[in-house]
Design a protein. Structure first.
Length: 464
C-alpha cells in the first residue's frame, strides 16, 4: 500500500516531473526491466538501493520516457504509463526534473477537506483538478515544465487551515494555493497576504476579496450576483410574489442575503421575512416556524448542504414546503444525498459552473475518464475550473519571468490581467481592482435526483 506522509499530507504528482534533491548515484535498472521504465519505491520497500532520500523522493515514483521517435506501440505505452501514474498518485524523476526536458516542475497546493464534513465534495474537487492537470502535462506542461499537485487535508475545519497552508507554502514551496470552502479560506487570508501567495478557492464569497490587498481571486461568480440571479429567475420565470430570505451570518450567507435584497429592490419588491440562523445549529425549528409564519412562496438560502439541511428538514417537518432558491454553494453530492426528498422538483440554483454531463463538457469528461474520476460528482467541475485559473496565471507568470520558474509573488502579480472565456468559465477577467469570478451563470434545478439546466448562461445582475 502506498505510504501516506505525516500530518495528513499527500502528494499527487501528475506527469513525469517532480521536484527533489538529486541523488548521489542513479537507480540501478534490473536486468529484466526496460531502461525506459525505472521505479524508485519508498525506502521501506527496498532492502538495498541508493542513498537516503528526501521526503519528496520517498513518496515519488519515476517514469522516464525513451527519447527515440514514437512508434504507435510507444505512444500506446506512453498513454498506459500516464494512466498508471495518475492511479498510483505520484510520478517523477529522482533528480526532480521531468524526464523529457530536465526542467523543474511547478507545484500547486491543494488544501481541501478529504475527511470530515463534505469530504466527498473535497475528493471530487481534487479529482477535477487532477484531470485538468493531467491534460496540461500530456500537452507538454507549461513551457516544458510539468505541473505537480501537493495536497493537505484540513478536514474543512478552519482551525486546521493555517497549519495546512503553512506546510504547503513553506515546506512544499507551492507557487499557488487552492482551497475548498469559504470558512477555511478566510482562516488563512492573513497568512497568505503576508506571504504574497495567490489563493484560488472553490468559493463565491465576496467577503474574501473585500480587502484591496487580498491575494484571493475567485473562479466562481460571487454569491451576491448568484443570489440576485436566482431571485430574478424566481420572480420572472416562476412568477413568485412573496420572497423570504434565510441566511447565516458568515462569508457565505451574508453576501447572498445582500444580493437577494438588492435584486428584490430592483424589482420593486420587499422580502416578506429575513431570518437569521446558525450554520452549526442542530435544531432550527424556531427559524423554520418564522419562515412559515411569513407565508412565502419562495425562500432564498445559501450555504453548503450540511449547514442548510437542518433548516430545510425542519421546515418540511412542519408542513412548510416552499420553492427553495440557492446558489452553487449547495450544488453537490451532499445536497442530493441528504436533501433530495425535500428539494426534488421544487428547488433552483444559480451557478457559474457547467454541469458535468453537459454536451459542452466533453473535454472534461474525456480527461476525467482517463484519470479515473467520477463525472457524476458536481464539485469535480469546480476542481476543473480552479485548475484552469491556476494554469492560466502560471502561464502568464512564466512568460513574465522570461521562461524561468516564478516566485509566488510573481505568480500573484500575474493574476491581474488574466482572462478566461470558454465553455467552462464565462467571462472571467481579473484586474488590479476586480478579483471576482466570471459574470456568466446558469440556473439549474434538482429533478429526479439530478441537476438539470433550466436557464442558459447569461450575465448575472450587477449588485453594487
Amino acid at each position: 500500500m502506498w505510504r501516506t506522509p505525516p500530518s495528513g499530507q499527500r502528494r499527487i504528482a501528475i506527469g513525469p516531473g517532480q521536484r527533489a534533491a538529486k541523488r548521489a548515484a542513479p537507480t540501478a535498472v534490473p536486468a529484466d526491466r526496460p531502461a525506459a521504465l525505472v521505479h524508485a519505491y519508498p525506502d521501506s520497500w527496498q532492502a538495498a538501493g541508493p542513498p537516503a532520500r528526501t521526503q519528496r523522493e520517498r513518496f515519488s515514483e519515476e517514469i522516464q520516457m525513451s527519447s527515440q521517435p514514437h512508434s504507435p506501440r510507444q505512444i500506446q505505452l506512453t498513454a498506459l504509463l500516464a494512466g498508471l501514474c495518475l492511479v498510483i498518485g505520484a510520478c517523477g524523476n529522482s533528480d526532480g526534473n521531468d524526464g523529457a526536458s530536465g526542467k523543474e516542475p511547478l507545484h500547486i497546493g491543494v488544501e481541501t477537506g478529504l475527511t470530515g464534513a463534505n469530504a466527498t465534495d473535497g475528493a471530487a474537487q481534487l479529482a477535477g483538478m487532477k484531470a485538468y492537470i493531467a491534460m496540461v502535462n500530456a500537452g507538454g506542461g507549461i513551457n516544458g515544465h510539468q505541473v505537480v499537485l501537493d495536497t493537505a487535508d484540513d478536514g474543512n475545519n478552519p482551525a486546521n487551515a493555517p497549519g495546512a497552508a503553512r506546510k504547503l507554502v513553506e515546506t512544499e514551496k507551492v507557487l499557488v494555493l487552492t482551497n475548498t470552502i469559504s470558512a477555511t479560506s478566510a482562516a488563512i487570508l492573513p497568512y497568505l497576504k503576508a506571504r504574497k501567495v495567490l489563493l484560488i478557492p472553490s468559493s463565491g464569497s465576496t467577503a474574501l476579496i473585500s480587502d484591496p490587498q487580498s491575494t484571493v481571486r475567485l473562479v466562481r461568480t460571487g454569491y451576491a450576483g448568484l443570489a440576485a440571479q436566482i431571485v430574478e429567475y424566481g420572480v420572472k420565470n416562476l412568477n413568485v410574489k412573496r420572497v423570504a430570505i434565510a441566511y447565516t451570518p458568515d462569508a457565505i450567507g451574508e453576501p447572498a442575503r445582500d444580493g437577494a435584497l438588492a435584486e428584490l429592490k430592483a424589482l420593486g419588491l420587499e422580502p416578506v421575512a429575513v431570518v437569521q440562523y446558525s450554520s452549526t445549529a442542530a435544531n432550527t425549528s424556531a427559524q423554520a416556524a418564522q419562515l412559515k409564519a411569513a407565508n412565502p412562496d419562495f425562500v432564498v438560502v445559501n450555504n453548503i448542504s450540511s449547514a442548510v439541511a437542518p433548516l430545510i428538514k425542519a421546515a418540511d417537518q412542519i408542513g412548510f414546503k416552499p420553492i427553495w432558491g440557492s446558489t452553487t454553494a449547495m450544488v453537490g453530492s451532499g445536497t442530493v444525498a441528504t436533501l433530495a426528498d425535500q428539494l426534488d422538483g421544487r428547488s433552483y440554483f444559480s451557478t457559474s459552473s457547467v454541469l458535468p454531463d453537459s454536451p459542452d463538457a466533453t473535454l472534461y469528461q474525456t480527461w476525467m475518464g482517463k484519470t479515473g474520476g467520477d463525472t457524476t460528482l458536481y464539485p469535480s467541475m469546480d476542481g476543473w475550473n480552479i485548475a484552469t485559473g491556476a494554469i492560466a496565471v502560471l502561464r502568464r507568470a512564466m512568460a513574465a519571468a522570461g521562461g524561468k520558474v516564478p516566485t509566488p509573488e510573481q505568480v500573484l502579480n500575474a493574476a491581474d490581467g488574466t482572462t478566461i472565456n470558454d465553455a467552462y468559465t464565462h467571462n472571467l477577467a481579473w484586474t488590479g481592482t476586480n478579483f471576482n469570478g466570471p459574470t456568466g451563470a446558469q440556473v439549474i434545478t434538482l429533478k429526479d435526483r439530478k441537476f438539470k439546466q433550466v436557464q442558459a448562461f447569461q450575465n448575472v445582475p450587477t449588485v453594487s
